[in-house]
Write a protein that binds this ligand. Structure first.
Ligand code: GAR
Length: 194
């Protein structure tokens, strides 16, 4: 049972869940109770990370739904049973509908996402390759509020890294991910302290 002073959050993932791991590892410092980890993929490694930490997991696979709206409403129904303060997207690779965003962007709840670029640069996919191709000297990650426009909500915190001439998309992704693991706990804490 959660300590009353902790804020309830849920985390949505699609894959490895290394950002989830960092939130799990820093949960006490952030002041959160992770009520549930939801994945839209049954084989997401992040589910194992949650189980290892004793956190309840839920798989809601988008491919079993006729439409994005139906999938999102299944998510909404499940999340409503938990009533979290923050919905954390951590490598959740689905675009959410306006219904979902309206359901959890209220006076009492917010949706956060981590994006592997220095927003407003490089919304969408392949962010690291695009930064390298553009000849940028730095890259990074952003945590932002989720709105109806992809990767466009207010930025909460960012961290940058230097792009070395020897970097490729993989090496850059690793460098950025390391910063993401510091950034996401800080950003959640900041939002909760407001
Ligand atoms: C992270 O780099 C995150 O920024 C990115 O997916 C990776 C997930 O890693 N998210 C997006 O690209 C969202 N558009 P993880 O599963 O190990 O946390």
């Amino acid at each position: 049972m959660a300590n009353k002073s902790l804020s309830n959050i849920i985390v949505l993932i699609s894959g490895s869940g290394s950002n989830l791991q960092s939130i799990i590892d820093n949960a006490d410092d952030i002041g959160v109770n992770i009520q549930s980890v939801i994945s839209n993929k049954a084989d997401a490694f992040g589910l194992q990370r949650a189980k290892n930490a004793g956190i309840s997991t839920k798989v809601i696979e988008h491919m079993h739904f006729a439409s994005r709206k139906d999938f999102d409403h299944a998510l909404i129904r499940y999340i409503n049973t938990l009533n979290p303060e923050i919905v954390v997207l951590a490598g959740f690779m689905r675009i959410l509908s306006a219904d979902f965003i309206a359901a959890f962007s209220t006076n009492t709840s917010k949706i956060l996402n981590i994006h592997p670029a220095l927003l407003p640069e490089y919304k969408g996919l392949n962010t690291h390759q695009r930064a390298i191709d553009a000849g940028d000297s730095e890259a990074g990650a952003s945590v932002h509020f989720v709105t109806n426009e992809l990767d466009s909500g207010e930025v909460i915190l960012q961290k940058s890294v230097v792009i070395d001439p020897s970097d490729n998309a993989d090496t850059l992704a690793k460098k950025v991910l390391k910063q993401e693991h510091i950034l996401y706990p800080e950003a959640i804490k900041k939002v909760l302290q407001k």
